[in-house]
Design a protein around this ligand. Structure first.
Ligand SMILES: [Zn+2]
Length: 330
């Protein structure tokens, strides 16, 4: 995820993974329609049933169908074999309608600043640290990156306060556009499904991410997932003291099926939850960090998100964060 150049479409490089510190994007892709609020049936959280891993895997497959055609329509809109398209490709009307019916694509929205904050806070209030911890861990063997994403979004959304937008184009507190920009939820969902998300600290992304997670019964990790989590934490713990967050992807276990971009995103998530944070930059672990206070390390290239961008192995793994999100599994 090396930041090489930024372009209007979300500040992404032409190929490779996503970059960080990108704003909401405006893509003249889809027709403008009234704000569609995602419907969440509010099903109860399933907490680690004592079923056999194989049975759980079958259960997941049955209750989380991901329509391949709808995913292809979404992915083809933004991505080609060469990486990001130079401009989003507008899907055929029938394809777009199909992907929307499958809950994979959406009409654009133009929420106000206050609406976005409220949606993010409301979605987070329906979840718990254990629930998003479960979703994160359940993603490890299944490579369901959408499940993995929720941890990052939750950690910001549960902390963001209700507040008035500050003066200027971008709110200093939360980073939202203050003018109610049109938001393309499809590029957000694409990033969520491809990498486990990029913009977890952006309230519109966080709201979408958490609402989509809540739309289905919440996933439960298997013993295989928990074993992978243990291996990941042990690998981080045993890395040389000078290992930076950008170097850490090489240390993660080979049994984790993930490419470099996915590994970097996973490491970023462990930063969002505070496990890989520093005393000076604890992230949202200790309280909400304002957008303007999310400092960037003084380096030429910063290819990891705040706060893990500051982390080195010598900072250690924060035990209270591991306990809060994963303690019920370990
Ligand atoms: Zn704000």
């Amino acid at each position: 995820m090396i930041v090489m150049a930024r372009r209007r479409m979300g500040g992404f490089v032409a190929s490779g993974g996503p970059t960080h510190r990108i704003r909401g994007v405006r893509i003249e892709l889809l027709r403008r329609v009234p704000l569609p609020l995602l419907k969440s049936p509010g099903r109860p959280h399933r907490t680690n049933p004592a079923a056999q891993p194989h049975r759980q895997a079958c259960f997941r497959q049955r209750i989380f169908p991901m329509d391949k055609r709808a995913l292809k329509i979404l992915f083809d809109t933004y991505w080609s074999k060469d990486g990001w398209r130079s401009g989003a490709r507008c899907p055929a009307e029938a394809d777009f309608a199909f992907a929307k019916a499958q809950g994979v694509m959406f009409d654009p929205i133009s929420p106000t600043h206050d609406e976005s904050i409220e949606r993010a806070r409301a979605a987070a209030a329906r979840l718990t640290p254990q629930a998003v911890g479960d979703a994160f861990v359940a993603s490890l063997s299944t490579r369901r990156l959408d499940w993995r994403s929720a941890l990052g979004s939750y950690c910001m959304a549960r902390r963001v306060p209700t507040h008035p937008a500050t003066d200027g184009v971008i709110c200093n507190v939360c980073g939202l556009y203050t003018s109610g920009e049109e938001e393309d939820l499809n590029v957000y969902n694409f990033e969520r499904l491809k990498w486990g998300g990029v913009r977890h600290a952006y309230p519109v992304y966080a709201a979408l991410d958490l609402e989509l997670l809540l739309r289905e019964p919440l996933p439960s990790p298997t013993s295989e997932d928990v074993a992978l989590l243990r291996k990941i934490l042990a690998a981080i713990d045993s890395a040389p003291a000078g290992t930076t967050s950008a170097m850490l992807h090489r240390k993660l276990p080979a049994s984790l099926k993930a490419n470099k971009a996915e590994r970097d995103a996973l490491i970023g998530m462990l930063g969002h939850c505070g496990a890989l944070s520093t005393a000076a930059h604890p992230g949202h672990r200790a309280g909400f960090v304002r957008y303007v206070d999310r400092a960037t390390p003084p380096r030429h290239f910063v290819d990891m998100p705040y706060p893990v961008s500051w982390w080195k192995r010598s900072d250690g793994i924060e035990p209270s964060s591991v306990q809060e999100f994963f303690g019920h599994l370990l």
